[in-house]
Design a protein around this ligand. Sequence first.
Ligand code: ZN
Length: 417
Amino acid sequence: MTPLAEELAGEVLERFLRYVRIDTQSAHGAAESPSTAKQLDLARVLRDELEEIGLDDVRLDECGYVYGSLAGVESAPAIGLIAHVDTSPDVTGTGVDPQVHEAYGGGRIELPAEPSVVLDPDELPLLAKKVGHDIVTADGTTLLGADDKAGVAEIMTAVAYLKRSADRSHAPIRVCFTVDEEVAGGAEHLDLERFGARYAYTLDGSELGEIEAETFNAARVAVSIRGRSTHPGTAKGQLVNAIKLAADLVAALPRDSLSPETTEEREGFVHPTRISGGAEQASVELIVRDHDAAKLEEHLDLIRRLADELRTSEPRAAIDVSEEEQYRNMGEVIERHPEVIEAAEEALRRIGVEPVHTIIRGGTDGARLSQRGLPTPNLFTGGSEYHSRREWASVQDMAAAAAMLVELAGVWGERST
Ligand SMILES: [Zn+2]
């Protein structure tokens, strides 16, 4: 650890342990923002703490977003730091009881309230690398919430440090804590104009040194099939069964390739997520993903072609394909602003960490924000095994992330707009 990370470790841990105890689970399908009122419990705490630290323009808006700003070198671009307060709907976040396993010895970690939940370094190669670190876990009955309270604690620690270190020159900083990242609504209501950042970073990654500048291009497709229903006793030559046509469509989808279960890295997929309906009307919902926009279009073409084949095989059925874009690969935008990645690399070097460039295979706030005009890559937080009861975080890596943010603010302070 660098002296700066060492200095920040106590505060980042104290904040982290406090934030994870607050239940902020989000929910799918809510019409309102935030999707659950309990996310506001943490949002209010963060608003009050930003005010105590002495940031300007601190506010908690009607959608649940917390904003604050810290003045810096006036000629430098304003830099946004973003993390989300909510935790995944997949695993309960009620009654999180964080456990600090000091100076991890490299063996299996059994969680006290549920001994069947074990962190085994043989299964968790990242954990195996953290011998000597202080490891934080939940007690085995809940997730931990390092995703993304590690990011929240790191940003809070960094801005508090910058505020009290008058001798450190840095760029103007804009902080935003978002809600509902886990249910895909995260960046939707972020008020970019009032936020006023030129570039931003989400603190929502995992392994030490990670910079993520790419994710999928993503679309959702619904194929709706209208058959013809009659009494089955007198159906000969009349009935057109939508269920069987839907099954034909699913059976025609590739399996050995183009599926989440058979792809990795930069390979895209066409993934049926839901089939519903009856003999008269049925629908198949799919998600389509690819890092390459042209390939995404090819995958969409495949679905259109299969729908055409279905029409040819059963002209009496009405088949309708509707497509909707979900998010785009932020790599397209970030590519045009290489300085965003260079600054993060420089900040990592200043804390003695080698940058690791990885790609995301999923939605992230940065994708929507980049698309909306704010180039936003994702940085590491030191947490791992997200959305599970085996979630853990390294105190040393969280401290390194906070130190990286302090250095990042400094790097941007040396650049002019
Ligand atoms: Zn997250």
